[in-house]
Write a protein that binds this ligand. Sequence first.
Ligand code: ADP
Ligand code: MG
Length: 267
Amino acid sequence: MKLAVYGKGGIGKSTTSCNISVALARRGKKVLQIGCDPKHDSTFTLTGFLIPTIIDTLQEKDYHYEDVWSEDVIYKGYGGVDCVEAGGPPAGAGCGGYVVGETVKLLKELNAFDEYDVILFDVLGDVVCGGFAAPLNYADYCMIVTDNGFDALFAANRIAASVREKARTHPLRLGGLIGNRTSKRDLIDKYVETVPMPILEILPLIEDIRVSRVKGKTLFEMAETDPSLNYVCDYYLNIADQILARPEGVVPTDTPDRELFSLLSDF
Ligand code: ADP
Ligand code: MG
């Protein structure tokens, strides 16, 4: 099964992705997480360091794919989760979609692409170009991380539109929204009334999640020494269980930006 996690920058995609990956591994799945953000810190809380990116490695080897070995690009992370960072195109030039394409091509050549029960793509932000929508070509489910604010929901709507577009030609479904860093959900609820989609979970702002980034650990690793954090792991296990149940998901309906603007504003 292939998953793509999308959402506005800084919303918590990588944090959420790493913890969902460990949760899936706890359920006995062989998991690969692929960071597709030029920021290349997607897997940081799994490995505890910034691993070399596929693009860096390919450049080093002059794009001789046959000289690249699995251990050059696939790193072992916490809980048995394997980690890859695609890396970014040259700043201001190149295309994110090309990078994702090269990453998948290389993993296929290494016979790694079909070896996993779950591959999770952690993808940056507001999909406005076909390049950053590229992981949707491979995904069974897209999940969108959002808070209860206008900007993240606006981005969510653009991502939903991309899913609708890709679903014309691919067996892709929107798995649902993950509310993050929020205890309020009125705008999230308002949005899903208009564009119906499941809400998989709503996580509040939790200081220990913020700290996990600084420590370079997932909540599961932190809970080993502090069992009071098990309740946080349960949020991620709940998301993992819902996805593993292969839900029907949705092909999102169309809501033009202007309509969403007035829906989420107070006028
Ligand atoms: P993204 O990958 O979307 O850019 P990150 O996962 O890097 O975002 O998260 C950005 C910051 O927000 C990190 O420092 C992370 O620890 C923090 N964070 C994410 N989710 C939560 C949460 N539920 N509570 C508190 N802090 C969070
Ligand atoms: Mg990230």
